[in-house]
Write a protein that binds this ligand. Structure first.
Ligand SMILES: C[S@@+](CC[C@H](N)C(=O)[O-])C[C@H]1O[C@@H](n2cnc3c(N)ncnc32)[C@H](O)[C@@H]1O
Length: 259
Protein backbone atom coordinates (compact mmCIF):
# COMPACT_ATOMS: atom_id res chain seq x y z
CA UNK A 1 0.00 0.00 0.00
CA UNK A 2 1.37 3.45 -0.90
CA UNK A 3 1.99 5.73 2.06
CA UNK A 4 -0.06 8.93 1.70
CA UNK A 5 2.43 11.80 1.37
CA UNK A 6 0.65 13.83 4.07
CA UNK A 7 0.12 10.85 6.44
CA UNK A 8 2.37 12.28 9.15
CA UNK A 9 0.97 15.82 8.96
CA UNK A 10 -0.61 16.90 12.28
CA UNK A 11 -4.43 16.67 12.40
CA UNK A 12 -4.90 20.42 12.78
CA UNK A 13 -2.64 21.27 9.91
CA UNK A 14 -4.02 18.58 7.59
CA UNK A 15 -7.59 19.66 8.37
CA UNK A 16 -6.70 23.24 7.39
CA UNK A 17 -4.88 22.09 4.24
CA UNK A 18 -7.81 19.92 3.14
CA UNK A 19 -10.23 22.81 3.76
CA UNK A 20 -8.01 25.02 1.58
CA UNK A 21 -8.27 22.47 -1.25
CA UNK A 22 -12.04 22.53 -0.90
CA UNK A 23 -12.12 26.33 -0.97
CA UNK A 24 -9.90 26.30 -4.05
CA UNK A 25 -11.69 23.75 -6.24
CA UNK A 26 -15.12 22.78 -4.88
CA UNK A 27 -16.98 25.21 -7.13
CA UNK A 28 -15.68 23.45 -10.26
CA UNK A 29 -16.33 20.00 -8.82
CA UNK A 30 -19.89 20.97 -7.89
CA UNK A 31 -20.54 22.22 -11.43
CA UNK A 32 -19.55 18.77 -12.74
CA UNK A 33 -21.62 16.98 -10.10
CA UNK A 34 -24.67 19.13 -10.85
CA UNK A 35 -24.40 18.33 -14.54
CA UNK A 36 -24.30 14.62 -13.68
CA UNK A 37 -27.84 15.03 -12.36
CA UNK A 38 -27.70 13.38 -8.94
CA UNK A 39 -31.24 13.47 -7.52
CA UNK A 40 -33.23 12.97 -4.36
CA UNK A 41 -33.00 9.29 -3.39
CA UNK A 42 -29.78 8.79 -5.37
CA UNK A 43 -26.85 6.69 -4.18
CA UNK A 44 -23.34 8.00 -4.43
CA UNK A 45 -19.79 7.32 -3.37
CA UNK A 46 -17.14 9.90 -2.43
CA UNK A 47 -13.68 8.33 -2.44
CA UNK A 48 -10.72 9.87 -0.61
CA UNK A 49 -13.28 12.23 0.91
CA UNK A 50 -10.72 14.28 2.89
CA UNK A 51 -12.40 17.01 4.95
CA UNK A 52 -15.80 16.11 3.52
CA UNK A 53 -17.30 19.19 1.82
CA UNK A 54 -18.40 17.08 -1.16
CA UNK A 55 -19.90 14.49 1.21
CA UNK A 56 -22.01 17.29 2.75
CA UNK A 57 -23.01 18.54 -0.69
CA UNK A 58 -24.01 15.03 -1.83
CA UNK A 59 -26.00 14.38 1.36
CA UNK A 60 -28.00 17.58 0.87
CA UNK A 61 -28.60 16.65 -2.76
CA UNK A 62 -29.85 13.04 -2.26
CA UNK A 63 -31.83 13.79 0.90
CA UNK A 64 -32.88 11.37 3.62
CA UNK A 65 -34.04 8.73 1.11
CA UNK A 66 -30.63 8.66 -0.59
CA UNK A 67 -27.26 7.20 0.36
CA UNK A 68 -23.79 8.73 0.48
CA UNK A 69 -20.85 6.42 1.13
CA UNK A 70 -17.68 8.28 2.11
CA UNK A 71 -14.44 6.32 2.06
CA UNK A 72 -11.04 7.49 3.23
CA UNK A 73 -7.94 5.94 4.76
CA UNK A 74 -8.42 8.48 7.55
CA UNK A 75 -11.94 9.49 8.56
CA UNK A 76 -11.13 11.84 11.46
CA UNK A 77 -12.54 14.79 9.54
CA UNK A 78 -15.59 12.90 8.25
CA UNK A 79 -17.12 11.65 11.50
CA UNK A 80 -19.34 14.73 11.72
CA UNK A 81 -21.29 13.40 8.70
CA UNK A 82 -21.81 9.84 10.03
CA UNK A 83 -25.49 8.89 10.38
CA UNK A 84 -28.70 9.52 8.45
CA UNK A 85 -28.06 9.00 4.76
CA UNK A 86 -24.25 9.09 5.16
CA UNK A 87 -22.05 6.06 5.81
CA UNK A 88 -18.43 6.82 6.58
CA UNK A 89 -16.05 3.93 5.95
CA UNK A 90 -12.41 4.05 7.02
CA UNK A 91 -9.85 2.09 5.03
CA UNK A 92 -8.02 1.75 1.77
CA UNK A 93 -10.57 1.79 -1.05
CA UNK A 94 -9.33 -1.49 -2.43
CA UNK A 95 -9.89 -3.28 0.93
CA UNK A 96 -13.24 -1.88 2.10
CA UNK A 97 -16.47 -3.72 1.46
CA UNK A 98 -19.10 -1.72 -0.42
CA UNK A 99 -22.52 -3.38 -0.18
CA UNK A 100 -24.46 -1.07 -2.49
CA UNK A 101 -23.94 -0.19 -6.11
CA UNK A 102 -24.10 3.55 -6.68
CA UNK A 103 -25.45 5.91 -9.34
CA UNK A 104 -22.41 8.15 -9.12
CA UNK A 105 -18.86 7.86 -7.78
CA UNK A 106 -16.50 10.80 -7.41
CA UNK A 107 -12.85 11.09 -6.43
CA UNK A 108 -10.60 14.14 -6.47
CA UNK A 109 -6.82 14.19 -6.02
CA UNK A 110 -6.91 10.60 -4.73
CA UNK A 111 -5.71 8.25 -7.48
CA UNK A 112 -2.43 10.17 -7.86
CA UNK A 113 -1.56 9.02 -4.34
CA UNK A 114 -1.80 5.33 -5.30
CA UNK A 115 1.17 3.68 -6.98
CA UNK A 116 -1.02 0.78 -8.07
CA UNK A 117 -4.07 2.54 -9.52
CA UNK A 118 -5.43 -0.62 -11.18
CA UNK A 119 -7.02 -1.95 -7.99
CA UNK A 120 -8.75 1.34 -7.00
CA UNK A 121 -10.03 1.89 -10.55
CA UNK A 122 -11.41 -1.67 -10.70
CA UNK A 123 -13.04 -1.19 -7.29
CA UNK A 124 -14.67 2.05 -8.43
CA UNK A 125 -16.03 0.29 -11.51
CA UNK A 126 -17.46 -2.55 -9.44
CA UNK A 127 -19.12 -0.03 -7.09
CA UNK A 128 -20.92 1.84 -9.89
CA UNK A 129 -24.10 0.27 -11.27
CA UNK A 130 -24.32 -0.36 -15.03
CA UNK A 131 -25.28 2.97 -16.63
CA UNK A 132 -23.99 4.82 -13.57
CA UNK A 133 -21.47 7.63 -13.72
CA UNK A 134 -18.01 8.36 -12.48
CA UNK A 135 -16.34 11.75 -12.09
CA UNK A 136 -12.62 11.58 -11.47
CA UNK A 137 -10.35 14.60 -11.06
CA UNK A 138 -6.58 14.40 -10.83
CA UNK A 139 -3.69 16.87 -10.92
CA UNK A 140 -0.80 17.23 -13.32
CA UNK A 141 2.15 18.84 -11.56
CA UNK A 142 4.36 18.80 -14.66
CA UNK A 143 2.22 21.63 -16.13
CA UNK A 144 3.91 24.07 -13.75
CA UNK A 145 7.27 23.54 -15.45
CA UNK A 146 5.96 24.75 -18.82
CA UNK A 147 3.32 27.34 -17.99
CA UNK A 148 5.07 30.04 -15.99
CA UNK A 149 4.19 33.65 -16.85
CA UNK A 150 6.74 35.03 -14.37
CA UNK A 151 8.77 31.94 -13.53
CA UNK A 152 12.29 32.09 -12.18
CA UNK A 153 14.97 29.49 -11.60
CA UNK A 154 14.20 28.95 -7.90
CA UNK A 155 10.49 28.39 -8.56
CA UNK A 156 11.31 25.99 -11.35
CA UNK A 157 13.63 24.07 -9.02
CA UNK A 158 10.77 23.67 -6.55
CA UNK A 159 8.41 22.56 -9.33
CA UNK A 160 11.05 20.02 -10.36
CA UNK A 161 11.39 18.84 -6.74
CA UNK A 162 7.62 18.33 -6.44
CA UNK A 163 7.63 16.11 -9.54
CA UNK A 164 10.70 14.16 -8.38
CA UNK A 165 9.19 13.62 -4.93
CA UNK A 166 6.22 11.89 -6.61
CA UNK A 167 8.45 9.86 -8.92
CA UNK A 168 10.75 8.81 -6.05
CA UNK A 169 7.66 7.59 -4.15
CA UNK A 170 6.65 5.44 -7.14
CA UNK A 171 3.89 7.91 -8.06
CA UNK A 172 3.23 9.80 -11.29
CA UNK A 173 3.35 13.63 -11.07
CA UNK A 174 1.64 13.78 -14.49
CA UNK A 175 -1.17 11.45 -13.43
CA UNK A 176 -3.93 13.85 -14.56
CA UNK A 177 -2.63 13.83 -18.14
CA UNK A 178 -3.13 10.08 -18.32
CA UNK A 179 -6.51 10.02 -16.59
CA UNK A 180 -8.85 9.89 -19.65
CA UNK A 181 -7.00 6.87 -21.05
CA UNK A 182 -6.91 5.17 -17.65
CA UNK A 183 -10.65 5.67 -17.16
CA UNK A 184 -11.34 4.16 -20.59
CA UNK A 185 -8.95 1.31 -19.82
CA UNK A 186 -10.89 0.59 -16.63
CA UNK A 187 -14.06 -0.07 -18.65
CA UNK A 188 -15.86 3.28 -18.67
CA UNK A 189 -17.13 5.24 -21.69
CA UNK A 190 -15.93 8.86 -21.68
CA UNK A 191 -18.68 11.50 -21.67
CA UNK A 192 -16.68 14.66 -21.01
CA UNK A 193 -13.09 15.67 -20.29
CA UNK A 194 -11.76 19.05 -19.27
CA UNK A 195 -8.48 20.41 -18.00
CA UNK A 196 -7.89 23.57 -16.00
CA UNK A 197 -4.41 25.01 -15.67
CA UNK A 198 -5.14 27.13 -12.55
CA UNK A 199 -3.33 30.31 -13.50
CA UNK A 200 -3.64 32.22 -10.24
CA UNK A 201 -2.27 35.13 -8.27
CA UNK A 202 -0.46 34.83 -4.96
CA UNK A 203 -2.82 34.60 -1.95
CA UNK A 204 -5.51 32.89 -4.05
CA UNK A 205 -6.79 29.62 -2.55
CA UNK A 206 -4.68 27.39 -4.84
CA UNK A 207 -1.54 29.42 -4.17
CA UNK A 208 -2.17 29.08 -0.43
CA UNK A 209 -2.69 25.28 -0.71
CA UNK A 210 0.58 24.91 -2.58
CA UNK A 211 2.45 27.13 -0.10
CA UNK A 212 1.08 25.09 2.80
CA UNK A 213 1.97 21.79 1.07
CA UNK A 214 5.50 23.12 0.47
CA UNK A 215 5.87 23.90 4.19
CA UNK A 216 4.54 20.50 5.27
CA UNK A 217 6.61 18.57 2.70
CA UNK A 218 9.67 20.84 2.87
CA UNK A 219 11.98 17.95 3.82
CA UNK A 220 10.60 15.74 1.05
CA UNK A 221 11.24 18.51 -1.48
CA UNK A 222 14.82 19.15 -0.31
CA UNK A 223 15.52 15.39 -0.13
CA UNK A 224 15.12 15.22 -3.93
CA UNK A 225 18.32 17.30 -4.23
CA UNK A 226 16.60 19.62 -6.72
CA UNK A 227 15.52 22.46 -4.40
CA UNK A 228 17.03 24.13 -1.35
CA UNK A 229 15.31 25.59 1.73
CA UNK A 230 15.94 29.04 0.26
CA UNK A 231 14.19 28.02 -2.97
CA UNK A 232 11.19 26.83 -0.95
CA UNK A 233 11.11 30.06 1.10
CA UNK A 234 11.08 32.00 -2.18
CA UNK A 235 8.32 29.77 -3.67
CA UNK A 236 6.19 30.24 -0.53
CA UNK A 237 6.75 34.02 -0.44
CA UNK A 238 5.63 34.31 -4.08
CA UNK A 239 2.56 32.19 -3.30
CA UNK A 240 1.52 34.89 -0.80
CA UNK A 241 2.32 37.83 -3.09
CA UNK A 242 -0.87 38.93 -4.89
CA UNK A 243 1.18 40.74 -7.55
CA UNK A 244 2.69 37.49 -8.86
CA UNK A 245 0.80 35.15 -11.17
CA UNK A 246 1.77 31.47 -11.38
CA UNK A 247 0.55 28.11 -12.58
CA UNK A 248 1.01 25.70 -9.67
CA UNK A 249 -0.49 22.63 -11.35
CA UNK A 250 -3.36 21.65 -13.65
CA UNK A 251 -6.44 19.55 -12.94
CA UNK A 252 -7.90 17.06 -15.40
CA UNK A 253 -11.55 16.09 -14.79
CA UNK A 254 -13.18 13.14 -16.51
CA UNK A 255 -16.88 12.29 -16.57
CA UNK A 256 -17.66 8.76 -17.76
CA UNK A 257 -20.41 6.14 -17.88
CA UNK A 258 -20.18 2.55 -16.82
CA UNK A 259 -21.58 0.87 -19.92
C1 LIG B 1 -5.24 15.23 -1.45
S1 LIG B 1 -6.47 14.56 -0.41
C2 LIG B 1 -7.93 15.08 -1.28
C3 LIG B 1 -9.16 15.10 -0.41
C4 LIG B 1 -10.46 15.44 -1.15
N1 LIG B 1 -10.75 14.46 -2.17
C5 LIG B 1 -10.42 16.80 -1.77
O1 LIG B 1 -10.07 16.91 -2.96
O2 LIG B 1 -10.73 17.79 -1.09
C6 LIG B 1 -6.43 12.82 -0.79
C7 LIG B 1 -7.31 11.99 0.14
O3 LIG B 1 -7.42 10.68 -0.41
C8 LIG B 1 -7.24 9.72 0.62
N2 LIG B 1 -6.76 8.48 -0.04
C9 LIG B 1 -5.67 8.35 -0.84
N3 LIG B 1 -5.58 7.08 -1.29
C10 LIG B 1 -6.63 6.40 -0.76
C11 LIG B 1 -7.08 5.05 -0.85
N4 LIG B 1 -6.41 4.14 -1.56
N5 LIG B 1 -8.19 4.69 -0.17
C12 LIG B 1 -8.87 5.60 0.58
N6 LIG B 1 -8.49 6.90 0.69
C13 LIG B 1 -7.38 7.30 0.04
C14 LIG B 1 -6.27 10.38 1.60
O4 LIG B 1 -6.36 9.81 2.88
C15 LIG B 1 -6.74 11.84 1.55
O5 LIG B 1 -7.75 12.12 2.48
Amino acid sequence: MTKYLFETNTNDREWKRLRMIEEAVDAETITLLERAGLDIGGRCLEIGAGAGSIVGWMAARVGSSGLVIAVDKKTTYLQRFQGGSVRVIEGDLKDVSLDHSVDLAHARYMLIHNADDGAPLAKIRSAVKPGGMVILEEPDFTAAAFLQPEGDAAVQRVNGAICKMFTDAGLDPAYGLKLPKKVEGAGFDLVHMESRMHLCAGESPIARVMAESAEVLREEYTKTGLATDEDIDHYVARAYDPRVWSVFYATVSVVAHRG
